[in-house]
Write a protein that binds this ligand. Structure first.
Ligand SMILES: NC(=O)c1ccc[n+]([C@@H]2O[C@H](COP(=O)([O-])OP(=O)(O)OC[C@H]3O[C@@H](n4cnc5c(N)ncnc54)[C@H](OP(=O)(O)O)[C@@H]3O)[C@@H](O)[C@H]2O)c1
Length: 273
């Protein structure tokens, strides 16, 4: 049990990647607080975990009062806070000229200001406790561009820099801060986002995702549970000398050149790769 005795807060822990991380953390011995806007989703998730291991807080990471409430509740529940996973995030489609300012601001508020406020609240508790580990769930979209995901990619790139800055400023306090950059993972967000893109090109979501995956070395999207291990590693003392890093977990997509991706897709379709 790699997280025995640790207390963790996972934003967006009621579903998708956050839920898988929550489940894994509890299996590794941690006490956790999960947050999200939908109370029902959190209650369902909590019911799946052993009593006493989990507390919930329904709120919005983009609201300062809620961010404060999340951290305070976690500390009250576990007596301290060792690990913060900034996982909650949204994706909205739109290029510069056509994304509404409302959607741009909403994406910035949830994907970038939210994690910043969560860290702002959590860090003083971590300093008091002698250290901690912060894991920011960014995206490969923070490293390279995705068509029409202007706000999303910009916020994820910002989150990666915020991670590095925090690692530098709080290393002296034994607080580590790392970013995880997943590629395609099958979740509610992917279904909605890729579903919209699929519609634009007249395809169903399932075949659309399958087609994209042919360009990925592992030839598939990830299951949410494949994100649990990397977060456990970053939360645990196994990564005690790692901070300011961006860990890419994308089925190998980053190693493929754009021309190579096109060739891979065609070769996979023909059954020769
Ligand atoms: N899926 C992928 O392929 C992929 C790839 C790269 C990076 N990521 C990143 O991984 C993270 C999780 O994504 P996911 O795919 O698991 O998405 P998801 O299935 O949509 O889950 C996101 C979770 O965040 C919560 N959330 C959203 N906005 C929130 C807010 N303002 N305040 C509090 N909670 C909020 C949602 O719950 P409520 O709606 O109830 O609030 C939900 O439980 C995101 O940061 C995403 O950008 C995902």
């Amino acid at each position: 049990m790699k997280l025995e005795g640790k207390v963790a807060l996972i934003t967006g822990g009621g579903g998708g990647i956050g839920a898988a991380v929550a489940e894994r953390f509890v299996n590794e011995g941690a006490k956790i607080l999960i947050t999200g806007r939908r109370q029902g989703l959190l209650e369902n998730m909590a019911q799946k975990l052993p009593a006493g291991s989990v507390e919930i807080f329904a709120g919005d990471v983009s609201k300062e009062k809620d961010a404060k409430g999340m951290v305070e509740t976690a500390v009250k529940f576990g007596g301290k806070l060792d690990v913060l996973v900034n996982n909650a995030g949204i994706s909205m489609i739109g290029s510069v000229a056509d994304i509404s300012i409302e959607n741009w601001n909403k994406t910035l508020a949830i994907n970038l200001t939210g994690p910043m406020m969560m860290m702002k609240e959590a860090i003083p508790h971590m300093i008091k406790a002698g250290g901690g580990s912060i894991i920011n769930i960014a995206s490969v979209g923070g490293l390279r561009c995705l068509p029409g995901r202007t706000a999303y990619c910009t916020t994820k790139a910002g989150l990666i820099m915020l991670t590095k800055q925090t690692a530098l400023d709080y290393g002296k306090n034994n607080i580590r801060c790392n970013a995880v950059c997943p590629g395609g993972v099958t979740t509610e967000m992917t279904e909605a986002d890729f579903g919209q893109a699929a519609k634009m090109v007249g395809m169903e979501t399932g075949p659309f995702i399958k087609e994209i995956a042919t360009a990925m070395p592992l030839n598939r999207f990830a299951d949410i549970h494949e994100m649990g291990g990397i977060c456990t590693f970053l939360a645990s003392d196994d990564s005690s000398f790692m901070t300011g890093a961006e860990l890419v977990i994308d089925g190998g997509t980053a190693v493929v050149d754009v021309v190579g991706a096109g060739i891979s897709g065609l070769m996979r379709k023909a059954g020769v790769l």
